[in-house]
Ligand binder design. Structure first.
Ligand code: BDR
Ligand code: CA
Length: 315
């Protein structure tokens, strides 16, 4: 099986990504590292523990990471007070966790694990990139110790947290700029342009619930919550459906044909008043900047849904 570490800001789609990575027979989820993002770090950690315990994988360790962006005091627009019923609630609707987070911090864990790895481990950040940038800053060998990075983030056609930026990149633009300029051997970026092509409908969420397994029930609960959130804040072209961004990155590891990618140059805007946090994709090779990232512009919804149905029914 392919080994991976998920770096998350557990939220509802992170929780589905954790569930798929922990239960897919062709994947080995080595650990989960948490970062400040959708919710404050303590809730990201608690929600990750809650999810792993509920699906019977409390054995997978969770390491807590950075509570704040790399250099800024806060997000470009400070977090609004959490209203319940939103897309990402502080506490996921699952039983309280039994497992506890590891004592070691996430950044130290990432540095040590990739330094000592004897087999390939894919690093899959699906939240703001603070932990990854911190590891790069702390260990000059980190970039060359990591064989491959698959990131959920960015957007070309339209943003979500702002008109021009996607949340993960926007939440810590300086960290993202460090990561994309660091020279990792292979980066694949899964932006909104791809994840919005793999929408999950209410009926499909119901089918997951009808599997009757904890994984199916949990995934269904998270997706139903997302559909409610999207219908009220960012209605998709097909109402009653929602993207499950982070889980698409995990599914790609098993089925690379899930995504259609282009190798282009990616740069991060860190200064723009209206554009801070935007990923600038040189899709027409106008600039002279060399391509540095495989960016997904297409995603196959059926491969994604069928994989979740298949894996969660056996859980
Ligand atoms: C990203 O931001 C969060 O809301 C989701 O967990 C996902 O990682 C989508 O913009
Ligand atoms: Ca996330």
């Amino acid at each position: 099986p392919r080994k991976l570490i998920l770096d998350v800001d557990t939220g509802t789609d992170d929780a589905v990504a954790i569930t798929l990575a922990a239960l897919h027979p062709e994947l080995e989820l080595i650990a989960v590292t948490t970062v400040n993002g959708n919710v404050e770090i303590r809730y990201c950690t608690d929600n990750s523990l809650r999810t792993l315990d509920f699906i019977g994988r409390g054995d997978i360790p969770v390491y807590e990471g950075c509570p704040k962006p790399l250099v800024r005091a806060d997000f470009p627009i400070p977090r609004a007070v959490k209203k319940d019923g939103g897309m990402h609630v502080n506490v996921l609707p699952l039983p309280d966790p039994v497992s506890r987070k590891q004592d070691k911090g996430a950044v130290e864990f990432l540095i040590e694990t990739f330094r000592n790895a004897t087999e390939e481990i894919v690093l899959v950040p699906v939240g703001p990139l603070t932990n990854i940038a911190a590891a790069i800053a702390a260990d000059p060998d980190f970039v060359k110790n990591v064989p491959e990075v698959v990131i959920m983030g960015g957007a070309h056609y339209t943003g979500n947290i702002t008109a021009s930026a996607e949340f993960n990149i926007w939440a810590d633009p300086e960290a993202a700029a460090v990561v994309f300029a660091a020279g990792f051997r292979k980066i694949t970026l899964v932006p909104l342009d791809a994840t919005f092509q793999a929408l999950v409908s209410g009926a499909e969420a119901k089918a997951l619930e009808d599997l009757g397994t904890n994984a199916g029930i949990a995934a269904s609960r998270f997706i139903a919550q997302r559909i409610k959130g999207y219908d009220s804040t960012q209605p998709m072209k097909t109402l009653g459906s929602a993207p499950v961004h982070d889980a698409v990155c995990v599914a790609y590891l098993v089925r690379p044909d899930l995504l259609e990618t282009k190798f282009v140059n990616v740069q991060i805007e860190t200064q723009g008043i209206h554009t801070v946090g935007r990923t600038v994709f040189d899709v027409n090779k106008r600039g002279d900047a060399a391509p540095n990232c495989h960016v997904a512009f297409g995603a196959n919804k059926d491969i994604f849904i069928n994989m979740m149905m298949d894996v969660f029914k056996r859980a």
